[in-house]
Design a protein around this ligand. Structure first.
Ligand code: GLN
Length: 279
């Protein structure tokens, strides 16, 4: 790439000419210059230093090659929190805020006698658990992941945000054997192996994305195991693929859940289904 000194304006134009979206080019340049987007607007003709330009062009090359912006910058906003992310974790999606909204509607600000207990399965970056803990400081939030590398990312986020989520390593409910919760939430892998959408998700951890030939293997495992880990009247809320709400609703009904319903994401797709555990 050229190393002739670029101005802010030229750097943005160069990135756009390579097909990078406007917002992404601005965010990459802000990070390279350690300035805000407002600053960029007012400093159109400022030249980049050689170090800033080299950093920007390196990142641009990665973005043009298809690497998600969140991995290049190392963070992602979710439910008003800035979370560190690495290729060891799925990048939190705005659609998953639907699940958090639903969870929050079920968690009282305070709970008589004892804390309200929440468990997040397959926490990844910790996004769901940390968003819930941030919004409901009185709740006792636990989170599980099968990947130690993912748990390191989640724990670093919890430390950075000063949120007291308890983390456990292991497969789904195995690490919390013998414990019951008032609410279990999960955004598990739910894409079918061989789904053409996977081509666009090649930078994200495959183990966080796929779950068997129909994408339902992990949802089935969680739904089957959840009743022995819920207090009577406790809720299980699950994110799933746009075409899985009927199957997930049926699995929940077959596994002692009542009041089964589905919520829609920002794009209008059925994205989360949940039910209440009846003894
Ligand atoms: N919602 C993600 C996607 O389709 C997948 C997340 C998941 O498998 N849990 O891009």
């Amino acid at each position: 790439m050229s190393l002739a000194a670029l101005t802010v304006h030229q750097a943005l134009r160069q990135a756009r000419a390579q097909g990078v979206e406007r917002l992404d080019t601005q965010l990459l340049l802000c990070a390279a210059l350690q300035q805000s987007r407002t600053w960029l607007l007012a400093h159109d003709t400022d030249p980049l230093s050689p170090e800033q330009q080299a950093r920007f062009e390196g990142w641009l090359e990665r973005r043009v090659a298809g690497e998600p912006l969140a991995y290049i910058l190392g963070d992602k906003e979710f439910f008003g929190l800035t979370l560190s992310v690495s290729p060891d974790v799925l990048i939190p999606r705005p659609d998953t805020e639907t699940l958090v909204d639903w969870a929050l509607s079920l968690i009282p600000d305070s709970h008589p006698d004892r804390p309200f207990t929440v468990l997040d399965l397959g926490t990844g970056s910790g996004a769901i658990a940390l968003a819930i803990q941030h919004q409901r400081p009185q709740a006792q939030v636990s989170a599980v992941d099968a990947s130690e590398a993912a748990l390191r990312v989640a724990q670093a986020n919890a430390r950075q945000l000063n949120l007291p989520v308890r983390f456990h390593h292991g497969s789904w409910l195995a690490p919390v054997a013998g414990q019951r919760f008032d609410l279990i939430v999960s955004n598990p892998p739910y894409i079918a192996e061989g789904d053409p959408h996977l081509a666009a998700l090649g930078h994200e951890p495959r183990q966080a994305l796929t779950a068997g030939p129909d994408g339902l293997d992990d949802l089935r495992a969680i739904i089957l195991a959840a009743p022995t880990h819920l207090n009577p009247g406790g809720w299980l809320l699950l994110e799933h693929g746009y075409d899985q709400s009927v199957a997930v609703s049926q699995l929940l009904r077959d596994s002692a859940f009542a009041n089964v319903s589905t919520r829609f994401d920002l794009g209008g797709q059925p994205r989360c289904t949940g039910g209440c555990f009846q003894t």
